[in-house]
Design a protein around this ligand. Structure first.
Ligand code: PMP
Length: 284
């Protein structure tokens, strides 16, 4: 695989980052994951905008402008012959002279790394036909989940808790209300209304979420952006998640209890279809 690191395209074995990199020592970095369908980037503009916001919130400089970033994404898709898959991008505050909690001098060059992940069959996923199982766990992450940082230890632990329970993922709960999945936004459907938590510091502002809600409203579906409880979720007609890597994925079981009929519901299925159709058309 050819990867990109600090201005160079290199074989992955040759790409190196300093042991003093603040991404490594302090999780002082942000990231984006953009999907590729038919060799083209899905909603690149949305990911680029969110990246700029994450960087601004952390007073971090970008080593590239957004046109260069698009070019790097395209080059990697081409060099690695990606038809369906993902592109991972990470920017950190760079390598300081030594380990120090205080940020390094402003002229410290940020570190930027991108790599591709080929995932044939990403869009035509068998999981989308059966749906996935989730468990509920307490949300123990920090308070700025709207910034897409690389501090992903608790979400990783959540995935392991889900696996141990025979499930696929975990929905996190704070003060009795669902925030989001470990790496996705969470939704329920009740009497035809799509319910998902409102934006704020408590959740990541999903790029897929924004597009899916827009398509839902355009298709005259009712959307309520408000917190919902796990009990409400277990009593819902349908549930689903969204993310750049799963698009719209039905959830059919929560804490061992079937949601609705226990099979993917019509609203989730329709939204997945609309999302994939529209995003393929708009991909760059
Ligand atoms: N919430 C969290 C915590 C995530 O990690 C992700 C995916 N990175 C999402 C939501 C979904 O965001 P997006 O649709 O932009 O992939």
């Amino acid at each position: 695989r050819t990867v990109y690191v600090n201005g160079q395209y290199l074989p992955e074995e040759e790409a190196k980052v300093s042991i003093f990199d603040r991404g490594f020592l302090f999780a002082d970095g942000v990231y984006e994951v953009t999907s590729v369908l038919g060799g083209k980037l899905v909603d690149f503009a949305g990911h680029a905008r969110r990246l700029e916001r994450s960087l601004t919130e952390l007073d971090m400089a970008s080593p590239v402008d957004m046109d260069e970033l698009l070019e790097i994404h395209r080059q990697l898709v081409e060099k690695n012959e990606i038809d369906e898959g993902l592109i991972y991008l990470q920017i950190t505050r760079g390598a300081a002279a030594d380990r120090d909690f205080a940020f390094p001098p402003e002229d410290t060059p940020p570190t930027i790394v991108l790599f591709t992940q080929s995932k044939p069959g990403l869009a035509d996923s068998p999981a989308a036909r059966t749906g996935i199982k989730v468990i509920s766990i307490e949300d123990q992450r920090w308070g700025r989940r709207d910034i897409k940082t690389v501090q992903l230890l608790y979400p990783s632990m959540g995935k392991m808790m889900a696996k141990a329970a025979g499930a696929d993922d975990a929905w996190m709960v704070e003060d009795g209300f669902v925030t989001e999945g470990t790496s996705n936004n969470a939704y329920i459907v009740k009497n035809g209304t799509i319910i998902t938590r409102h934006l704020g510091n408590e959740i990541l502002h999903g790029i897929t979420r924004a597009a899916v809600l827009r398509f839902a409203r355009e298709a005259q579906m009712t959307v309520e952006e408000r917190p919902f409880t796990i009990d409400e979720a277990k009593d819902a007609d349908e549930a689903f998640i969204t993310s750049a890597s799963s698009f719209v994925m039905p959830v059919v079981d929560m804490d061992g209890q079937a949601i609705g009929s226990g099979a993917p519901g019509p609203v989730s299925a329709r939204l997945r279809e609309i999302y994939l159709d529209e995003m393929r058309k708009a991909a760059v």
